[in-house]
Write a protein that binds this ligand. Sequence first.
Ligand code: ZN
Ligand code: ZN
Length: 595
Amino acid sequence: MKSVSPTSNHPVLHLLRQCKTLDTFKRVHAQMITTGLIRHTYPVSRILYFSSALAPVTYTLTIFNQVLNPSIFLYNTLVSSLTREDHIQVALSIYSRILTHFSVIPNNYTYPSLFKAFGSHQWLKEGKSLHVHVLKFLGTPIDEFIQASLVTFYSRCGKVGIARYIFDRIRKPDLATWNSMLSAYACNATPSLADNIHGNTGFSLEVLSLFSLMQKSFVVPNEVTLVTLITACADLGALSQGTWAHVYVIRNNLIVNHFIGTALITLYANSGCLDLASQLFNQLAHRDAFCFNAMIRGFAIHGRGNEALGLFRKMIQVGFAPDGTTILSVMNACSHVGLVDEGRKYFESMKSVYRLEPKIEHYCCLVDLLGRAGLVEDAEEIVLSMPMKPNAILWRSLLGAARVHGNLDIGEVALRKLLELEPENSGNFVLLSNMYAFLNRWEDVKRVRTSMKRLGIDKTPGSSIVEVNGSMHEFLIGDRSHPKVKDIYLKLEEMNKRLQDYGHLPRTRDVLFDIEDEEREEALSYHSERLAISFALLESDASAPIRIIKNLRVCVDCHSCTKLFSKIYKREIIVRDRTRFHHFKNGTCSCLDYW
Ligand code: ZN
Ligand code: ZN
């Protein structure tokens, strides 16, 4: 076989490029045989390429098998053509033929297509073995194309750390590789709607810092990059950086398509700017179901149940079919405003109207809805009769309801299940002790506390993030690491005095353990959100609302204090806690003390 060919411009090849059907393709193939073109490497590579798109796999393999001593170039072409058409198993069998032939050895072009295919199917084990092959056959340093394909592969498989390790060793990553790395963080930070609105904030922070590195490297971001960036900002509630991204989109004439639109709606909704979110939603030229979902969810998490339901009706009216996420938001909306019957109706409509199979999230939401409304027995019945095995979230939700409504029998059943499923989760012990506290069983409260200590179970530390003048500041309980720590604590003292003037009594005596944690009597006033509020009062513009993101639920005492702070300091304070938003304004909260 001749390898260098004067044949790359042959008219038959031109015909080949125009093939759209199997028939025309076969005719061109015949011409290639009669003209003898088929004996040259380049034309064969082209025919393999088109054959895998138009003809059955067996046809393509037959062409290949007729080639005498195929070069590694032809092997690579076949492997990548096959993976492109998702014939991965066949591609792998061709790859193993390379390994068994003495005349060919794999090179840099052998691997990227395989990693791409493995990544999109999340074949981690297979991909790892292939990675070993790369090291064995090609050695180090690894070629940049292979590195880039490895980043994408590990990202897709959720192995963010490995992806980053490889990424950091690429000298000049291209846009696609930057996007792979950024979206690796974003995808793995995405929260599930079911139990909380927080994702892995560490990963979202990483997106932000990686993006600033990207800017320094002069790679110009595209729409895909910005969707990732905005999504990370949405997760963090990083309003100013998200807004910066929005401005960037506009200034660089990027299109606010429905992907960017959805990300921006989520950003503004998550940052407490619901009106901006809804304005943007109304201005979008093209809306898909995802845009509707984002907006309905926005209304739901802000407790604006009726607007969520109104938009849902509109979504149906304009002809979009709701999916599981839509119904979940709608049920959440009902749950937050106490529309029990409506919520139940939507749950039932999933099967009967929309032919959707309710998932465990939907059962969770239903149990939450019933539990909050005090229908603890109904909630228990759902848990006991649902088609799948109830998970910890469900039992916790039932336990929460049982505690609030003082149903000890159901509470103890739920707790036993919960401790079976999650013996190490400190939150479960806290819930148990809360239940005993509610019933004034102080001996039992003490017992729980001691056994926690004995088992060495630590409580999750509460943390609050506040954005002040464009940068994010994080506070832990009793945190003294902030550079302005002195001023913050002085301000806190003043704040406590003002609270006393308003007759506020800290709830330290009747609640030993608060809703989730953090509350040791002496530490109440050092809860992370108070430090964040103190800092924001000191440093931020007096007319701007204070926006705080907290990783746990806000405790009873902090909730009533924050209400007072909003009145005393005439500041709007928006707290996003683990499950919902609280808009504190003029001494009241949007949750109406129901959270
Ligand atoms: Zn608190
Ligand atoms: Zn509230």
